[in-house]
Design a protein around this ligand. Sequence first.
Ligand code: ZN
Length: 113
Amino acid sequence: MMTEGDFIGVWQHAYDNHNEIRRSNSCRCLGCRERFAPSEICRWIVTSKGDRKIFEGNPVGKRDLAKHASAFCPYCDEQYVIGDASGYPLNDAAFIAQVFSVGPRIFFDGSHH
Ligand SMILES: [Zn+2]
């Protein structure tokens, strides 16, 4: 049984998630619930030393850039993408709905950055 804290923890996988998405076969957006391949992602936000900038393209192979890159959903353009390498049951609609119900507001108001 997952607690609310566990569901909030799932949101961590939507941030700085480039490495995880590289290891994933498919991704799911927590917002629009779309499923897509990692290769469909073409926009990232890269944070470095407090700077945030948008990177267009797929930064595979650009190691230093990739480390702090977070994916935008190619369908709704929100930063709500989780890769299946996270180990979460991304096919489970009830799970996705519960994750979404605890965030992202709590997450943004919380401890991240
Ligand atoms: Zn989406």
